[in-house]
Design a protein around this ligand. Structure first.
Ligand code: SF4
Length: 173
């Protein structure tokens, strides 16, 4: 007989939020409140786009630069453009997520890869706009905006309850 974990719907989550030390500085961003709430209902599937596409830990931190419509993911000091590396991996991973039937995704805010609302800087390092990170925008397009949230949003109990219900309803279809 399948155990309870196997029977729970699967939910993607930025790996640093569940305590994986995958951030650029070798740290994590464990979010106990969110993880404890989600684990009751879902099997959490950790994904770190930057590490999983081969960037390693530690790594130079990055930001979004250039055109607000099509920003590039660039390292802050050495100005290396990592966009194509992340995009190639992301397209493949999103296709896999659909096959894995992930109910949705919970993202880490503020990251140029995972954040839903991140600054884009122009050539003079001035903020030119605010967009979703490269991985976040493809997750949102691939799954559905209603099934994607940032962990910070889930600290609001009524938002969290509604989000969990939406995911459970989707997973039962
Ligand atoms: S925010 Fe995303 S890319 Fe950055 S460490 Fe967390 S999972 Fe990896």
């Amino acid at each position: 007989m399948a155990n309870l974990t196997q029977m729970k719907p699967r939910l993607g989550i930025s790996a640093c939020l569940i305590g994986k030390a995958v951030r650029y500085d070798g740290e994590h961003k464990m979010d106990q409140v969110v993880v404890a709430a989600l684990e009751q209902h879902f099997e959490l599937v950790p994904v770190c786009p930057e590490v999983d596409c081969g960037m390693g830990v530690p790594r130079e931190s990055m930001r979004l630069k250039g055109n607000v419509i099509a920003p590039r993911l660039v390292t802050i000091s050495s100005h290396i453009d990592r966009t194509d590396q992340l995009e190639r991996w992301t397209k493949r991973r999103i296709a896999e997520m659909k096959q894995e039937k992930l109910a949705g995704f919970v993202l880490k805010s503020g990251s140029p890869s995972c954040g839903l609302s991140v600054n884009v800087y122009d050539d003079k390092d001035v903020v030119a706009g605010n967009v979703s990170g490269l991985f976040a925008r493809r997750v949102t397009a691939g799954l559905s905006r209603r099934l994607v949230a940032e962990a910070e949003q889930l600290h609001d109990e009524s938002f969290r309850t509604d989000f969990i219900q939406r995911l459970r309803t989707f997973a039962q279809k």
